[in-house]
Design a protein around this ligand. Structure first.
Ligand code: ATP
Ligand code: MG
Length: 198
């Protein structure tokens, strides 16, 4: 990913003005983890909590972005990288607009996790590992894709036939197999209050 700054023109209204008007900072929380680990469930629950308290927040989800913005991309390693690169650029624009971005993407490769962090200014990007053993994710099989992957009907399926590289230094780790959804959401809210002073 390239520059940290998305626009060479600085308008009359800058990010700091928007943050001041909103009464909170703009940041990106990026949820990584296996399919079925709970990224979307947790991100949307956090979004609801924040929205209800008047925070400008938006959730980018694999399930919505793939249809439009990245509808032209496949699940090849190159296209997965491009998918994440585009979303990383979107979150920078949304942060310029003063919005807290919650991103729920598997993001299985260390290289891409690192690139995302490098693409964002210091303090803007926070990686949250939604940690859950593959056996548990497979037993949940929310989308039925694990079954298809086991049958060889889906190739390169993360956790089954493609690697998931757990982040070595996540900013926060949630054990979604041991903790309830409510407890995971609470941990994210505490993280926002203590680490980001939201
Ligand atoms: N502590 C928990 N946190 C989040 N989800 C949980 C938790 N415990 C159980 N679940 C269940 O696990 C499932 C997680 O599904 P979800 O779609 O959120 O996963 P995902 O990580 O977004 O997967 P994908 O990458 O395929 O989009 C849901 O059915 C949810 O109810
Ligand atoms: Mg999801």
């Amino acid at each position: 990913m390239n520059a940290k700054y998305t626009c060479k023109y600085r308008g009359e209204v800058c990010r700091e003005d928007r943050e001041r008007q909103n009464g909170h900072r703009a940041v990106t929380l990026w949820f990584t983890g296996l399919s079925g680990a709970g990224k979307s469930t947790i991100a949307h629950a956090v979004e609801k909590r924040l929205f209800d308290s008047g925070v400008k927040v938006y959730t980018f989800d694999g399930d919505n972005v793939r249809h439009g913005l990245c509808g032209d991309l496949s699940f090849s390693p190159e296209d997965r990288k491009e998918n994440i690169r585009r979303i990383g650029e979107m979150t920078k624009l949304f942060m310029d607009a003063g919005t807290i971005c919650l991103c729920a993407f598997i993001t299985p490769r260390h290289e891409v996790q690192r690139q995302l962090r490098e693409a964002h200014a210091d303090g803007d990007f926070h990686l949250i590992h939604v940690d859950c053993p593959v056996e548990v994710c497979e037993s949940r099989d929310v989308k039925g894709y694990y079954k298809l992957a086991r049958e060889g009907k889906i190739k390169n399926y993360t956790g089954i036939s493609a690697p998931y590289e757990a982040p070595q230094n996540p900013d926060l780790r949630l054990d979604s197999d041991k903790e309830t959804l409510e407890a995971c959401v609470e941990q994210v809210m505490t993280f926002l209050k203590t680490r980001i002073a939201l």
